[in-house]
Design a protein around this ligand. Structure first.
Ligand SMILES: Cc1cc2nc3c(=O)[nH]c(=O)nc-3n(C[C@H](O)[C@H](O)[C@H](O)COP(=O)(O)OP(=O)(O)OC[C@H]3O[C@@H](n4cnc5c(N)ncnc54)[C@H](O)[C@@H]3O)c2cc1C
Ligand SMILES: NC(=O)c1ccc[n+]([C@@H]2O[C@H](COP(=O)([O-])OP(=O)(O)OC[C@H]3O[C@@H](n4cnc5c(N)ncnc54)[C@H](OP(=O)(O)O)[C@@H]3O)[C@@H](O)[C@H]2O)c1
Ligand SMILES: Cc1cc2nc3c(=O)[nH]c(=O)nc-3n(C[C@H](O)[C@H](O)[C@H](O)COP(=O)(O)O)c2cc1C
Length: 578
């Protein structure tokens, strides 16, 4: 946890800490009696705003609200896209919980509010008291940038920071818990007294991020052809008996286990045996198990890089690190994993404890669900591109995609939990057109959307833009897609196979070709969905959307941007990009 200043820390008494411990451990807690300032009508209103792409910030917002209620406060939880700028400027007690996405960018649901608040210097927030919790990942250059920007902006506009911003790395639970337990009493002017009943637990509350459900892998089949230059697989994970449910548009997070060969090779490279017992979250376990189940051992952490650079004096690494030039460091690291670095400096020996202290916790990976929860209530379908590449004379494998492809079988309990995505949803109105742009694995949620439309017998137009490298090897779900065309569930299909001809053709080229029709469906209230690669595809598709709207709506660039922004506000332009 990083706080710039902890001096405002109001300590909790033992009973409170015990309760908070239980509360944050994920108990389903019901607050019987709110405390502090008395009845709800008189309780101080606080607003908890979250900016979230995959649900972490939202779930922390709910934790904060529970603690706020227990302190006699009256919290409202809102996504940043659920409040107008005018109302925002009138807030008096505000908690902001936001992640960072892309390359130091706001999560999608925070962008419009941020654009307004950051561009209007006439806003005065003298009546606002606030604190920011920033969620991020230290492996990104612009760590917690969105939270940092909100924090600085609110201060600049005159708001009073009640508690210093806390920046959280991927293992954000403890830092978030500490922030909540410090800021809430400040918002409640020190009110305490918590009475809760933590006895009732339901299965749905039992399983989640802190306690993943052990799902059974009931299907694993190759979707791409064996001759393809890539490997895309279809998985089905059973959630029978979990009492969990999901909706088309949600993501499933999978908690992987590291490849045993990689674990063995790393242990050998650092000069350990593997049977050294080390404590991990208070439990003693052999190094082999710790590395397999608890630590990220593929992508090197910043701490490990620094330590290897310091010990080895390796010039290229040191230069890349000290230059501050992120492109230089990225190009040095491209294709190099932890084992490559250890092998490059064979003198690098660590004790088990030293080595573990330099690693980051192993993270779950998110996958857009490719089935409709209504059509398949007991299984979750995933569509995953296996990360495999050769570099530095070794075969490299993505941790989670190849855990599912190579390691997990129907005897493995695949630990998983859902991340709901409330805005990435099939429109409630069954007659409205849906335009779906999903090349590569971006097709996943649209398979789910089409199943959902079929289940609802919805009559609205469904238009899919799909593509990948080559038609003969990478047209995944071709049979299903053609069957859905036949049954008229899929009204329109435009394909872009990038490598079937000399010039690359991408989905955005097809969008431009069909611009007139596309614009006409948008004018009819159509929804525009994008899923897949964030760094290149989603940006180019966004540009194409602006161009299509400007050209066929006969609008200026600014007017087209306004049009797109209105679509975003109406949740008719939503993205699930990674
Ligand atoms: C909301 C969301 C939804 C997602 N949905 C899907 C989905 O439906 N399907 C899907 O397949 N993925 C999806 N992803 C991506 C997924 O979460 C993982 O990031 C992906 O499977 C890779 O994870 P991994 O553990 O296999 O690889 P990791 O162990 O995380 O390794 C990936 C890293 O390997 C390196 N790398 C990869 N390729 C190369 C190369 N050719 N040369 C050199 N280095 C390379 C890069 O550093 C890359 O970051 C989604 C992500 C998010 C956030
Ligand atoms: N960081 C990277 O460099 C990189 C590279 C590939 C994949 N990925 C990641 O790998 C995961 C799975 O990838 P995937 O299998 O879903 O698909 P993908 O590898 O992203 O490719 C799917 C299709 O999109 C095309 N494409 C490439 N650039 C594009 C652009 N600017 N606009 C539109 N289409 C473009 C590809 O063409 P061509 O490949 O022929 O150009 C291919 O036909 C995603 O997480 C993705 O972000 C990352
Ligand atoms: C595609 C992608 C890009 C990200 N970019 C950043 C980043 O630039 N800086 C950062 O600190 N964290 C970054 N993160 C990490 C997220 O902020 C972090 O996982 C956070 O817990 C997500 O919270 P959310 O579920 O509320 O969105 C990124 C994560 C993903 C998947």
């Amino acid at each position: 946890m990083k706080t710039a200043n902890n001096s405002q820390n109001i300590p909790f008494n033992e009973a409170q800490q015990a309760w908070l411990g239980g509360f944050f451990a994920g108990m389903h807690s019901h607050i019987l009696q709110s405390a502090g300032s008395g009845d709800a009508a008189n309780a101080r209103a606080i607003t908890i705003l979250y900016g979230s792409q995959t649900g972490n910030s939202e779930s922390v917002a709910h934790d904060a609200a529970q603690v706020a209620k227990a302190h006699g406060l009256n919290p409202s939880i809102l996504g940043m896209d659920e409040i107008e700028a005018d109302s925002f400027t009138k807030l008096e007690y505000l908690l902001i919980i936001t992640s960072t996405y892309g390359e130091g960018e706001m999560p999608d649901n925070a962008q419009l509010l941020w654009d307004t608040i950051s561009s209007d210097d006439s806003i005065e927030l003298a009546n606002m008291k606030y604190s920011v919790l920033a969620l991020g990942d230290t492996s990104y250059d612009l760590y917690c940038q969105a939270g940092i920007e909100w924090d600085q902006r609110l201060e600049k506009l005159g708001a009073k920071r009640l508690y210093e911003r806390v920046d959280c790395d991927v293992d954000f639970d403890d830092a978030a818990e500490s922030w909540i337990s410090n800021i809430i009493p400040l918002m409640a002017d020190g009110a305490t007294a918590i009475t809760i009943d933590s006895t009732s637990t339901s299965s749905a509350a039992k399983y989640g991020r802190k306690n993943p459900f052990p799902g059974k892998l009931v299907a694993n089949r190759l979707l791409s052809s064996p001759d393809s230059s890539k490997e895309i697989c279809h998985y089905e994970i059973s959630i029978a008996g979990s009492e969990l449910s999901y909706e088309a548009g949600d993501a499933l997070n999978v908690v992987p286990v590291n490849c045993p060969e990689l674990v063995t090779d790393i242990i050998q490279a650092i000069g350990c045996r593997g049977d050294e017992d080390e404590p991990v979250s208070g439990v003693l376990m052999p190094l082999t198990q710790a590395l397999a189940e608890h630590f990220e051992i593929k992508l090197p952490s910043k701490d490990l890089l620094d330590e290897i650079a310091r010990r080895s004096g390796g010039q290229e690494l040191n230069n890349s690190l000290s230059s501050g030039d992120k492109d230089k460091l990225s190009s040095y690291l491209w294709g190099r994993d932890t084992l490559d670095l250890l092998l490059q400096f064979p003198e690098m020996q660590f004790s088990a404890a030293e080595f573990l202290a330099l690693l980051k916790p192993l993270q779950h990976r998110a996958y857009s669900i490719s089935s409709s929860g209504k059509a398949h209530p007991e299984t979750v379908h995933l569509t995953i591109s296996s990360v495999r590449y050769n570099s530095h004379n070794r075969e490299h494998k993505g941790v989670c995609s190849t855990y599912l492809a190579d390691l997990a079988d129907d005897k493995t309990a695949v630990r998983c939990f859902f991340s709901p995505n409330k805005v990435f949803r099939v429109p409630e109105d069954n007659d409205l057109p849906m335009i779906m742009v999903g090349p590569g694995t971006g097709i996943a949620p649209f398979r789910a959307f089409l199943q959902e439309r079929e289940f609802r017998n919805a009559k609205g137009i469904n238009w899919l833009f799909f593509g990948d490298r080559n038609a003969t090897t990478d047209f995944i779900y071709q049979d299903e897609i053609e069957a859905m065309q036949k049954s008229k569930v899929l009204s329109k299909l435009d394909l872009a196979f990038s490598r079937d001809q000399e010039e690359k053709i991408y989905v955005q080229d097809r969008m431009r070709e069909k611009g007139e029709e596309l614009f006409s469906l948008l004018e009819q209230g159509g929804y525009f969905f994008v899923c897949g690669d964030a760094l290149r595809m989603a940006k180019d598709v966004d540009k194409a959307l602006h161009d299509v709207i400007a050209k066929h709506g006969k609008l200026s660039e600014e007017q087209a941007t306004e049009y797109v922004n209105q679509m975003k506000k109406d949740k008719r332009y939503v993205r699930d990009v990674y």
